[in-house]
Design a protein around this ligand. Structure first.
Ligand SMILES: Cc1cc2nc3c(=O)[nH]c(=O)nc-3n(C[C@H](O)[C@H](O)[C@H](O)COP(=O)(O)O)c2cc1C
Length: 200
């Protein structure tokens, strides 16, 4: 598959790569950095890396339902601004106890309309399952918020085996190709959904 031409660059969708595990020593950091670098290389997006550990959101502490968008906390307004500004997302997340991580669910719940009509690529990882059970749970949640999870996902099995001596993520071609297919799909969906995001 070819990367987008230079002519497309002026209208590049904004992509947020979200690192969704927060514990010290997490694999999510090297995997997320690798995904970010591949997204930049793809050259079809303006890419931003957002790390939930750095964002440091508390558990949802807004008095009103997020769908009202009437936030009282600065941390919510900051997170709302990041989500609202993006046209597409990649969530990078592990599977914890066959399910979604608490920080990811919390970050999704914190805001509402800001997610709507935006595609999301799922990069899951874990042991034998490659985080697929968590990925299925993420789909259930994000479709409720009118996001479109693209079919072209990346599931990384036995993730710790793909870390090199320096701790960087160094996956095989299967993962590299899956990520490339995901970026292409995200770009197409981000463009197709633009009128929906504009409310037209
Ligand atoms: C609380 C917890 C629960 C886990 N549950 C699963 C699981 O259900 N399936 C799986 O494949 N790996 C599981 N693992 C192993 C993780 O895939 C592995 O530790 C991975 O590095 C976690 O991602 P992180 O380093 O970004 O936190 C679990 C790890 C933790 C810490």
């Amino acid at each position: 598959m070819q990367s987008p031409s230079a002519a497309d660059v002026t209208t590049r969708p904004k992509l947020v790569v979200l690192i969704a595990s927060t514990r010290p020593g997490r694999v999510g950091l090297p995997v997320g950095r690798w995904v970010y670098e591949r997204a930049v290389e793809f050259a079809g997006f303006d890419v931003k890396l957002v790390d939930l550990a750095e964002l440091d959101l508390p558990f949802l502490d807004e008095p009103k339902h997020p769908a009202q968008g009437d936030y009282v906390h600065d941390h919510t307004r900051a997170w709302s601004g990041i989500v609202d500004d993006a046209d597409a997302f990649v969530f990078v997340f592990p599977e914890y106890n066959n399910g979604i991580t608490a920080p990811l669910k919390n970050a999704i719940d914190f805001v509402s309309k800001e997610w709507a009509f935006k595609p999301v690529g799922l990069v899951s990882y874990g042991g034998q399952s490659g985080g697929l059970r968590a990925a299925q749970m993420v789909k259930q949640v994000v479709t409720t918020l009118k996001m479109v999870p693209v079919t072209e996902a990346v599931a990384i099995t036995f993730v710790s085996q793909s870390l090199d001596e320096s701790g960087a993520f160094a996956p095989d071609d299967r993962v590299v190709n899956a990520a490339s297919a995901m970026f292409h799909a995200l770009q197409r969906w981000a463009t197709a959904l633009q009128p929906m995001r504009n409310g037209t």
